[in-house]
Design a protein around this ligand. Structure first.
Ligand code: SF4
Length: 154
């Protein structure tokens, strides 16, 4: 997709973008806290392996609201879902929101994963434009152990 520029009068949409940004920052802080704790406990194994859904939900049940529900947020088994990159490094908010025709978009997949998609957001009624948000729910790229080990050695 090619951006056709920033829209004017974007207050409510900007609040939404800021919320997503804040969530990403909060997640990274939580992840850093787990890493610090592991290091201060003298853990010397593969840190990436600690971040599987099944391991983390037992060791750090407060890390994610999905853990107490025993529900993965992607179509993959608990033991194979790695939560280290819950906030995917390929999710770009740099120029969000951006306009294409008379539609507004939030988020870009920097690698154009085949599984990326946009979901219409109907919560903002003060704008006439339709608003779409990048959804990663079908994409498993950042959630495999090999991705975490290659992309970002914790
Ligand atoms: S679609 Fe996949 S690779 Fe792209 S930003 Fe979302 S999770 Fe990351």
């Amino acid at each position: 997709m090619v951006s056709q520029g920033k829209p004017k009068n974007q207050d409510e949409v900007q609040v939404l973008v800021d919320k997503i940004l804040k969530w990403r920052i909060t997640f990274k802080h939580k992840r850093d806290n787990v890493l610090r704790k592991l290091k201060s406990d003298g853990f010397a194994g593969d840190l990436a392996k600690i971040f599987t859904f099944s391991h983390l939900k037992n060791k750090y049940p407060d890390f994610c609201p999905q853990y107490p529900k025993d529900e993965t947020c992607h179509p993959i088994m608990e033991k194979d879902l790695n939560c280290y990159h819950c906030a995917c490094p390929h999710y770009d908010l740099e120029d969000s929101p951006y306009e294409e025709g008379n539609r507004l978009f939030i988020g870009r997949c920097m690698i154009q994963s085949k599984k990326h998609k946009y979901v219409e957001h109907k919560g903002i009624h003060s704008r006439k434009q339709e608003l779409y948000i990048l959804s990663c729910e079908d994409c498993l790229i950042p959630h495999t152990l090999s991705f975490v080990q290659q992309m970002d050695k914790p």
